[in-house]
Write a protein that binds this ligand. Structure first.
Ligand code: HEC
Length: 112
Protein backbone atom coordinates (compact mmCIF):
# COMPACT_ATOMS: atom_id res chain seq x y z
CA UNK A 1 0.00 0.00 0.00
CA UNK A 2 1.32 3.43 -0.94
CA UNK A 3 2.09 5.81 1.87
CA UNK A 4 -0.42 8.41 0.74
CA UNK A 5 -3.19 5.80 0.56
CA UNK A 6 -2.27 4.60 4.03
CA UNK A 7 -2.43 8.13 5.45
CA UNK A 8 -5.79 8.63 3.74
CA UNK A 9 -7.22 5.44 5.24
CA UNK A 10 -6.12 6.40 8.73
CA UNK A 11 -7.69 9.83 8.31
CA UNK A 12 -10.91 8.32 6.90
CA UNK A 13 -11.17 5.96 9.85
CA UNK A 14 -10.69 8.82 12.28
CA UNK A 15 -13.52 10.66 10.52
CA UNK A 16 -16.20 7.97 10.11
CA UNK A 17 -14.93 5.49 12.68
CA UNK A 18 -14.00 2.09 11.25
CA UNK A 19 -15.96 0.47 13.99
CA UNK A 20 -17.30 -2.95 12.98
CA UNK A 21 -14.79 -4.22 15.56
CA UNK A 22 -15.35 -1.21 17.79
CA UNK A 23 -14.37 -2.06 21.36
CA UNK A 24 -16.66 0.64 22.74
CA UNK A 25 -16.03 3.75 24.74
CA UNK A 26 -12.27 3.70 25.30
CA UNK A 27 -12.51 7.07 23.54
CA UNK A 28 -15.29 9.17 25.10
CA UNK A 29 -18.37 9.13 22.88
CA UNK A 30 -19.61 12.56 21.76
CA UNK A 31 -23.32 12.09 20.99
CA UNK A 32 -23.76 15.55 19.47
CA UNK A 33 -20.86 15.04 17.06
CA UNK A 34 -22.05 11.53 16.16
CA UNK A 35 -25.56 12.80 15.48
CA UNK A 36 -24.14 15.65 13.39
CA UNK A 37 -22.09 13.25 11.28
CA UNK A 38 -24.55 10.40 10.82
CA UNK A 39 -28.09 11.68 11.33
CA UNK A 40 -28.34 15.44 10.79
CA UNK A 41 -28.34 15.26 6.96
CA UNK A 42 -31.79 13.64 7.17
CA UNK A 43 -33.08 14.55 10.61
CA UNK A 44 -31.60 18.07 10.82
CA UNK A 45 -29.27 19.36 13.55
CA UNK A 46 -32.34 20.45 15.55
CA UNK A 47 -34.16 17.13 14.97
CA UNK A 48 -36.99 18.72 13.00
CA UNK A 49 -35.98 16.93 9.78
CA UNK A 50 -34.36 18.17 6.58
CA UNK A 51 -37.01 20.26 4.79
CA UNK A 52 -36.28 18.84 1.32
CA UNK A 53 -35.95 15.18 2.35
CA UNK A 54 -39.16 15.44 4.36
CA UNK A 55 -41.03 15.84 1.07
CA UNK A 56 -39.76 12.40 0.00
CA UNK A 57 -39.73 10.35 3.19
CA UNK A 58 -41.67 10.31 6.45
CA UNK A 59 -39.03 11.92 8.70
CA UNK A 60 -40.35 12.35 12.22
CA UNK A 61 -39.93 15.74 13.92
CA UNK A 62 -38.08 14.73 17.11
CA UNK A 63 -39.13 17.97 18.81
CA UNK A 64 -42.83 17.12 18.35
CA UNK A 65 -44.39 16.52 21.81
CA UNK A 66 -46.24 13.49 20.37
CA UNK A 67 -42.89 11.89 19.55
CA UNK A 68 -41.62 12.59 23.04
CA UNK A 69 -44.70 10.89 24.47
CA UNK A 70 -44.36 7.66 22.49
CA UNK A 71 -40.60 7.29 21.91
CA UNK A 72 -39.02 4.86 24.34
CA UNK A 73 -35.23 4.62 24.56
CA UNK A 74 -35.21 0.94 23.50
CA UNK A 75 -37.39 1.64 20.45
CA UNK A 76 -35.13 4.47 19.32
CA UNK A 77 -32.08 2.24 19.76
CA UNK A 78 -33.76 -0.59 17.80
CA UNK A 79 -34.51 1.70 14.84
CA UNK A 80 -30.95 3.09 14.83
CA UNK A 81 -29.46 -0.39 15.03
CA UNK A 82 -31.68 -2.15 12.49
CA UNK A 83 -33.04 0.67 10.36
CA UNK A 84 -36.66 0.93 9.16
CA UNK A 85 -37.82 1.41 5.56
CA UNK A 86 -35.81 4.39 4.24
CA UNK A 87 -33.95 4.81 7.52
CA UNK A 88 -30.54 3.11 7.15
CA UNK A 89 -29.29 0.62 9.76
CA UNK A 90 -26.32 1.70 11.86
CA UNK A 91 -25.80 -1.55 13.76
CA UNK A 92 -22.86 -2.56 11.58
CA UNK A 93 -21.22 0.83 11.92
CA UNK A 94 -21.74 1.94 15.52
CA UNK A 95 -21.01 0.14 18.76
CA UNK A 96 -23.88 -0.37 21.21
CA UNK A 97 -22.42 2.38 23.40
CA UNK A 98 -22.49 4.82 20.47
CA UNK A 99 -26.05 3.82 19.52
CA UNK A 100 -27.17 4.39 23.11
CA UNK A 101 -25.40 7.75 23.20
CA UNK A 102 -26.91 8.97 19.94
CA UNK A 103 -30.36 7.68 21.00
CA UNK A 104 -29.94 9.74 24.16
CA UNK A 105 -29.29 12.79 22.01
CA UNK A 106 -32.49 12.11 20.01
CA UNK A 107 -34.41 12.01 23.29
CA UNK A 108 -32.81 15.27 24.45
CA UNK A 109 -33.87 16.89 21.15
CA UNK A 110 -37.38 15.68 22.00
CA UNK A 111 -37.23 17.01 25.53
CA UNK A 112 -36.54 20.60 24.55
C1 HEC B 1 -31.07 8.70 4.79
C2 HEC B 1 -31.75 9.53 5.77
C3 HEC B 1 -31.64 9.12 7.24
C4 HEC B 1 -30.51 9.05 8.02
C5 HEC B 1 -29.06 9.30 7.62
C6 HEC B 1 -30.97 8.72 9.35
N1 HEC B 1 -32.33 8.57 9.35
FE1 HEC B 1 -33.49 8.14 10.98
N2 HEC B 1 -35.12 7.97 9.77
C7 HEC B 1 -35.15 8.24 8.43
C8 HEC B 1 -36.48 7.96 7.91
C9 HEC B 1 -36.95 8.14 6.48
C10 HEC B 1 -37.24 7.49 9.01
C11 HEC B 1 -38.70 7.00 8.98
C12 HEC B 1 -38.70 5.50 8.74
C13 HEC B 1 -40.11 4.95 8.55
O1 HEC B 1 -40.64 5.09 7.45
O2 HEC B 1 -40.66 4.41 9.52
C14 HEC B 1 -36.35 7.52 10.17
C15 HEC B 1 -36.73 7.12 11.43
C16 HEC B 1 -35.95 7.32 12.57
C17 HEC B 1 -36.40 7.09 13.92
C18 HEC B 1 -37.78 6.59 14.35
C19 HEC B 1 -38.71 7.79 14.55
C20 HEC B 1 -40.09 7.33 14.93
O3 HEC B 1 -41.03 7.87 14.33
O4 HEC B 1 -40.23 6.49 15.81
C21 HEC B 1 -35.36 7.41 14.74
C22 HEC B 1 -35.35 7.37 16.27
C23 HEC B 1 -34.26 7.82 13.89
N3 HEC B 1 -34.65 7.75 12.58
C24 HEC B 1 -33.03 8.20 14.35
C25 HEC B 1 -31.90 8.37 13.54
C26 HEC B 1 -30.56 8.53 14.04
C27 HEC B 1 -30.18 8.63 15.51
C28 HEC B 1 -29.74 8.61 12.95
C29 HEC B 1 -28.23 8.69 12.93
C30 HEC B 1 -27.52 7.62 13.61
C31 HEC B 1 -30.58 8.51 11.76
N4 HEC B 1 -31.88 8.37 12.17
C32 HEC B 1 -30.14 8.60 10.44
C33 HEC B 1 -34.09 8.73 7.67
C34 HEC B 1 -32.77 8.79 8.08
Amino acid sequence: MGRIRQVFLVAACAWVGCSSNDAGPAIPVDPVALYGQMCARCHGVDGKGDATLKLQMPIQDFSDPAFKMRAKAEEIETVIMGGRKQMPAFGGMLSVAKIQAVAGHVRRLAAR
